[in-house]
Design a protein around this ligand. Structure first.
Ligand code: FAD
Ligand code: SIN
Length: 534
């Protein structure tokens, strides 16, 4: 069967903040194709609430932001990377303004941004657009990309695997030459050939049963890069957001940390505040500490949630500062100006990812990575709130600065590439198999590889995931690929990699907490966990 081939200079996989920024900045240097597996706006970026951290306040400094990031990262941040990204925060925020992003400003004070506060930050430094910051960023960047003739966006196209010359037996040194992708509308696998590919596929929250992430977050980028031979790192550090709405229909709707930044207090079911017992920053402690404290309080009281209380603030202020959260909660029957909200932690952010430099370079020539899919060293063992949008913008911007030189080195021509081959059978059972395995992975990751881990739970998880992977792989090669099957295969691989990273870390640090090694071990364990295939 013929495989349709699309040739471009830059292939971007993903249309969240990282993919769009790279595309916009690379477009003057060549043709850009963005492939994205759903509607172009569907991304974690689109749901970001709190905002983007950057030093803009008069009482703030780059050094304070650096120190807050290092403290949250619990000894594993790469300080050089932290300093670079923090320093480039203010100029990249100005780039966002150039592209039309409208951040909230203080009323009455001409031009001054209204800076929010979140956990782990010693100052107010979070630029936001009400409580729908991500939606505003996506809107502006998509509009800018739509006006750029060199950018084409292909929706409903899901990347299946990267194409590397080494693995395909092509002559010359190993490099990435693009990807195979399933076009859902055409119901065919196409080939996107490019000398330079940016992975901007976001995170992997869907690996867990309860997550704040949208459905697109199935870890495809980490899985594809790992299969292609790129090292991945620190996947044990999964951040659980402390406060998602506890309601059977709410799909873990996020209640932004900015709500605590404006004074909300966590209480147990008897109404007692508890965070001051766990950390001197109380309700604004770093996320790993707050999520573990909530987990401990819930276990202590046999409760299935705790309460988040902002009823002491002026209702008009709450409604105007958090209009989306207020409306969403109201739709689920909770008026947050009158009653505390029931909340629970849920998987939120992947601190590790594909090993990449602060310029987005991975170990495979021709393959860049930016945004949540990448591990640059900024976050260490725990990401500081609102530092991920910052990292995505800075790294995508730097990768785009590098792109023209990379294109000169690699050349614009991509050689003939083999057509896609897979099983031909269509399987009537497919849905039930996919659904069953999907649910099993997510539940076992939640139960065994969650906020509190142990050797035995990790062993159990590893054994079950190995069986599931065997079954999924047999199935994968026999039948026609579908988006569900592609995601399931990736989800299983990422789950296995998270467990393997967790098993290799014999200590508790940041987001990785295990009952068998409850303390950090600086002498032996203060290093990244790096995995690569073969
Ligand atoms: P995403 O925005 O997730 O985009 C990934 C893109 O890749 C999507 O277009 C997706 O469809 C596409 N894709 C994935 N796999 C494939 C494939 N196989 N083929 C084709 N396309 C693919 N961070 C902050 O700093 N501040 C916040 O306030 C904040 N709030 C958040 C609130 C929520 C509810 C969530 C879920 C996250 C929040 N985060 C926040 C984290 C932050 O939003 C993300 O880390 C960031 O947006 C990731 O951007 P990205 O460009 O890397 O990926
Ligand atoms: C939030 O608004 O609480 C999310 C912020 C983040 O994940 O950085």
């Amino acid at each position: 069967m013929d495989t349709t081939r699309h040739d471009v200079d830059f292939l971007v996989i993903g249309s969240g903040i990282a993919g769009l920024i790279f595309a916009l900045e690379a477009a003057p240097h060549g043709r850009v194709a963005i492939i994205t597996k759903k509607h172009r706006a569907e991304s974690s970026t689109n749901y970001a609430q709190g905002g983007i951290a950057a030093v803009m306040g008069d009482d703030d400094s780059l050094e304070l932001h650096v120190q807050d990031t290092l403290r949250a990262g619990a000894g594993l941040c790469d300080e050089r990377v932290v300093r670079t990204i923090v320093a480039e925060g203010p100029p990249v925020v100005r780039r966002l303004l150039d592209w039309g992003v409208e951040f909230s400003r203080e009323t009455g004070a001409a031009g001054r941004f209204d800076l929010g506060r979140e956990g782990g930050h010693s100052k107010r430094r979070v630029l936001h657009a009400g409580d729908i910051t991500g939606r505003e960023i996506e809107r502006a960047l998509l509009a800018a990309a739509g006006a750029e003739p060199n950018i084409t966006i292909h929706e409903d196209v899901i990347a299946i695997d990267l194409i590397t010359s080494g693995r395909r037996g092509l002559p010359g040194p190993n490099r990435c030459l693009g990807c195979y992708a399933l076009d859902e509308r055409a119901r065919a696998v196409g080939l996107f050939a490019a000398p330079l590919t940016l992975l901007a596929t976001g995170g992997s929250g869907k690996v867990y049963l309860y997550t704040s992430n949208p459905d697109i977050a199935s870890g495809d980028g980490v899985a594809m890069a790992y299969r292609a031979g790129a090292p991945v790192a620190n996947l044990e550090f999964i951040q659980f957001h402390p406060t998602c709405l506890y309601h059977p229909k709410a799909k873990s709707f996020l209640i932004s940390e900015a709500v605590r930044g404006e004074g909300a207090v966590l209480r147990d079911l008897r109404g007692n505040p508890f965070m001051a017992r766990y950390h001197e920053m109380a309700d604004l402690a770093p996320r790993d500490i707050v999520a573990r404290a909530i987990d401990a309080e819930m276990k202590k009281q046999g409760a299935d949630h705790v309460l988040l209380d902002i009823t002491h603030r002026d209702p008009e202020f709450v409604r105007s500062r958090f209009p989306n959260i207020y409306e969403q909660c109201l739709a689920f029957g909770f008026d947050m100006t009158k009653e505390p909200l029931p909340v629970v932690p849920a998987a939120h952010y992947q601190c590790g990812g594909v090993l990449a430099s602060v310029d987005g370079e991975t170990a495979i020539p021709g393959l860049l990575a930016a945004g949540e899919v990448a591990h640059t060293g900024l976050h260490g063992a725990n990401r500081l709130a609102s530092n991920s949008l910052l990292e995505a913008v800075v790294v995508a911007h730097r990768a785009a600065l590098l792109a023209p030189r990379k294109l000169d080195e690699l050349g614009r021509t991509v050689p003939p590439l083999p057509a896609w081959e897979s099983g031909d059978a269509a399987d009537p059972d497919e849905l039930v198999v996919v659904n069953h395995n999907w649910d099993e992975i997510r539940r076992l990751m939640w139960d065994y590889v969650g906020i509190v881990r142990s050797n035995r739970r990790l062993e159990r998880a590893a054994a079950r995931i190995e069986n599931l992977q065997r079954e999924i792989n047999e199935y994968y090669w026999d039948y026609k690929v579908t988006p569900d099957l592609i995601e399931l295969r990736n989800l299983a691989l990422v789950a296995a990699l998270i467990v393997e990273c967790a098993q290799r870390r014999h200590e508790s640090r940041g987001l990785h907490y295990t009952l068998d090694y409850p303390e950090p071990d600086d002498a032996r364990e203060r290093h990244d966990t790096v995995l690569s295939r073969g």
